[in-house]
Design a protein around this ligand. Structure first.
Ligand code: TXA
Ligand code: MG
Length: 355
């Protein structure tokens, strides 16, 4: 398939290009677009054929539902089962405070929404992204846009244009390139069809900030136990797959900085001796403990958001070095760290060593 590339600057939008992209969506094509979390692989949510093509382009299991993206609250009405849900105080607060932004809310779905989007569930995930190119694209399309992350299923999510080109060139009608994603991990998926609400996937909006806003406990769906998904039946179907993974095996190390470094250096020498290509994923502060040539820095301890912005790009960099074993430092679980650790542990198939 021929893939058109549209370079669009969010600060000075070229509407002639964005109109073209919207036209492609309206006639049932696939368009990759930027959001503040990760790049999304979009199709008109109302067009079941187009939505099926998303699953093909990604190689995604068909039991994993998609998030529908909207550009204003009016678009929600034809997606959810009952408009009155929007009058619920908690929903109102969430929408007012976190939309547009990296929060996906799970609602009961409207029966007119095709089963391909929701993978046959009776609920639908909805999000209004903050990224202006995304929102303008949706507005011009005039209807909800279904979009998963624009990576090949299983690979790290794309946060830079080149990641999208790697995975999607030749598989979609168009790719909108618009710089790097500011948040860098996907949206928080929050199930509001139950009380107390449950976070099905930690993400760009922290559990603490939701708890503070709603003044109630927010549950966290269990963390997957192993690659087979034993001990945990996830409600977000996407959470049961090995995910976000570079080609090499990932091991995460948790503990005090010096002890982690000692352990990683030991494993690293062993790997070199065995003829492997090892790579180390470390913070800006701890990189100096290792042989610099082998280190990918993924963030700065003084600004935890940088780990979110850098995690997927770091995992993809390991692939570019052809690393077959990757030693990654754990980060603090606080705030956005909860989402970063979730992605790291999934990339590692939960392989973590406490030192
Ligand atoms: O930030 C994001 O959320 C990005 C951008 C493009 O918006 N999208 C994204 O989509 O990460 P995806 O498809 O890669 O991940 C969506 C997650 C999956 O784990 C899926 O199972 C879950 O949300 N999900 C979607 N609809 C759901 C539903 N109705 N019930 C439970 N989980 C749902
Ligand atoms: Mg994804």
């Amino acid at each position: 398939m021929k893939t058109e590339i549209f370079d669009i600057d969010g600060e000075n939008i070229d509407y002639s290009l964005l109109e073209k992209a919207a036209e492609i969506l309206k006639r049932g094509g696939l368009v990759v677009f930027p959001t503040e979390t990760v790049y999304g692989l979009g199709a008109a949510a109302a067009c079941s054929e187009a939505v099926k093509n998303i699953f093909k382009a990604k190689g995604r299991p068909s039991d994993n539902p998609l998030i529908v993206h909207i550009s204003d609250l009016d678009m929600i009405k034809e997606l959810i089962s009952d408009e009155k849900t929007l009058e619920n105080q908690d929903i109102k607060k969430l929408a007012q405070n976190f939309w547009p932004g990296p929060l996906t809310i799970i609602f009961r779905k409207n029966n007119s929404l095709c089963d391909e989007v929701t993978a046959g569930l009776d609920t639908v995930g909805i999000r209004m992204p903050e990224n202006i190119v995304a929102r303008e694209l949706i507005r011009l399309t005039g209807k909800g846009v279904a979009a998963p992350s624009a990576n090949t299923s299983g690979r790290p999510s794309p946060t830079e244009p080149r990641h999208v080109i790697e995975d999607m060139y030749g598989k979609v009608d168009a790719i909108i390139c618009s710089g790097n994603c500011a948040v860098g991990v996907e949206s928080t998926v929050l199930d509001m069809t139950c009380d107390p609400p449950v976070i099905l996937r930690p993400g760009g909006v922290t559990r603490e900030s939701i708890k503070e806003l709603l003044g109630k406990d927010i549950l966290m769906a269990g963390v997957i136990k192993n690659d087979e998904g034993q001990d945990f039946v996830p409600k977000a179907p996407g959470m049961k797959y090995r995910h976000y993974a570079p080609r090499g095996k990932v091991i995460v190390f948790s503990g005090e900085d010096e002890k982690i470094a000692e352990k990683i250096n030991k494993y690293f020498s062993e790997a070199l001796n065995e003829g492997k290509i090892p790579r180390i994923v470390a913070s800006r502060q701890t990189a100096r403990y290792y042989d610099e040539k082998y280190v990918t820095v993924f963030g700065d301890k003084e600004c935890p958001e940088t780990f979110a912005a850098g995690i997927f790009s770091a995992l993809r960099e390991c692939d570019r070095y052809n690393a077959d074993i990757i030693f990654a430092e754990a980060v603090s679980q606080e705030g956005i760290g909860e989402a970063v650790m979730n992605r790291l542990l999934k990339a590692a198939g939960n392989n973590i060593i406490y030192v």
